[in-house]
Ligand binder design. Structure first.
Ligand code: SAM
Ligand code: SF4
Length: 384
């Protein structure tokens, strides 16, 4: 059974982040900004471009017949671009395209081209299952895609089929290599589920050490839609770190200034020159580590045991046009209706700002009040 708890220094890191957010807010005083009642400022937007998928991951998709959004309810690219431009005016800077599987949307590169041209947008990235990514990597990069997160939970073909419902392991591994070869920043996302793939945590960490790819381990969240989630299936960050250090030796934190001098063996690594240090952002929900010799980059996204809510700087747009200020907000605020009833940008801005003010505290409150219910939201509709 997992419990909420922060590793040494986490509270101080959160306070540092809050101070940083506050000083950025002070810098922007007088300008439009998306800030909630807890003082959190939204800078990132996840845009889910479809709820459909060419996989059926058991931790994400409901079993049986899935009820998809109606075609006419899905935002078209010009509607998405208009909303992103409105949000960019309110301080949103970084966009992540997700889904469902984003690459099921035909001509996605056109959306990337138009988003990268919007004033205020600093980067457009994507999260994909990788099945179709390899063949499109070059055109997506040329369209302006900056980085890609590719989901991969196992190196074993049989298990890949058991988890995702299809045979496609080699295609996903090829996609990782192609993405890197065309010059994209690549991260691998691995959801760890006890009894399903926790015996591969060491293999993934070793893969990162041997190849240099970033691997981020994600704690299983109750957003699977089929009621499969249970608290005892959550393999915690703490357990993962113990396992990796036991099997492969010490690791050292990369983005926790507090820990940067000492690794788990007490060695000094002040001059760590990890090749991914340029990709490390303070607001990244993943605590990143490398091995003591500086090789590999592994991260942990402890969504359940150390929720990132206090430093959350993101909001989400579903493919049917709902604004979610939090993963656990349901059903969210209907922006599609505003777009299609010809409301002005000014009016939409006002509504977005009002909703942002009411952003819930997050999963931490849900866990503490024991109101955690599986299937609060469906991951394939919100995009992670
Ligand atoms: N289809 C794309 C993919 O799989 O990468 C994008 C959408 S998927 C919903 C986004 C991310 O959410 C993936 O990395 C996936 O592994 C993760 N995810 C899905 N269900 C999850 C769950 N119940 N708990 C934690 N992460 C989950
Ligand atoms: Fe599809 Fe991604 Fe969900 Fe898997 S995790 S079912 S690939 S949306």
């Amino acid at each position: 059974m997992y419990e909420i708890g922060k590793v040494d220094g986490e509270e101080i890191r959160e306070e540092e982040n809050r101070q940083q957010q506050k000083s950025e807010y002070d810098d922007r005083e007088g300008k439009n900004i998306l800030i909630d009642n807890f003082g959190r400022i939204a800078k990132k937007l996840r845009v889910s471009v479809t709820d459909r998928c060419n996989m059926r991951c058991m931790y994400c998709m409901p079993r049986g017949n899935v009820r998809w959004f109606n075609e006419q309810d899905i935002l078209d690219f010009s509607e998405i671009s208009r909303l992103v431009s409105i949000l960019a005016d309110l301080g949103i800077e970084r966009i992540r395209l997700t889904g469902g599987e984003p690459l099921l949307r035909p001509n996605l590169k056109n959306l990337i081209i138009s988003l990268t041209q919007l004033e205020g947008i600093k980067s457009v990235s994507m999260t994909t299952n990788g099945l179709l990514f390899g063949e499109k990597a070059r055109e997506l990069k040329d369209a302006g895609l900056e980085s890609v997160n590719i989901s991969l939970d196992t190196f074993r073909p049989d298990r890949f089929k058991a988890i995702t419902g299809i045979n496609g392991l080699n295609k996903v591994i090829d996609a990782v290599n192609t993405a890197e070869s065309v010059g994209l920043n690549v991260k691998i996302n691995t959801v760890v589920i006890r009894g399903w793939n926790d015996d591969e945590i060491t293999d993934f960490a070793k893969f990162s050490r041997d190849t240099g790819h970033i691997v981020r381990f994600i704690e299983f969240m109750p957003l699977d839609g089929s009621g499969f989630w249970r608290s005892d299936l959550v393999y915690t960050k703490r357990e993962m770190i113990e396992l990796i250090t036991r099997n492969l030796g010490g690791i050292m934190p990369l983005n926790h200034a507090l820990h940067c001098d000492l690794d788990t063996n007490g060695m000094n690594h002040k001059n760590n020159s990890n090749r991914y240090s340029n990709q490390i952002h303070k607001s990244d929900p993943a605590a990143l580590f490398s091995f003591c010799d500086g090789r590999g980059t592994i991260g942990f996204i402890p969504s359940m045991t150390e929720p990132f809510c206090a430093n959350c700087d993101r909001m989400r747009l579903t493919s049917d046009g709902r604004l979610l200020t939090c993963l656990f907000e349901n059903p969210g605020y209907d922006l599609r209706n505003l777009l299609r009833s010809r409301k002005s940008n000014q009016y939409i801005k006002k509504k977005v700002t009002e909703n942002m003010r009411k952003k819930p505290e997050g999963i931490i409150k849900i866990i503490k009040t024991k109101t955690l219910k599986p299937s609060l939201n469906l991951m394939h509709t919100i995009g992670g």
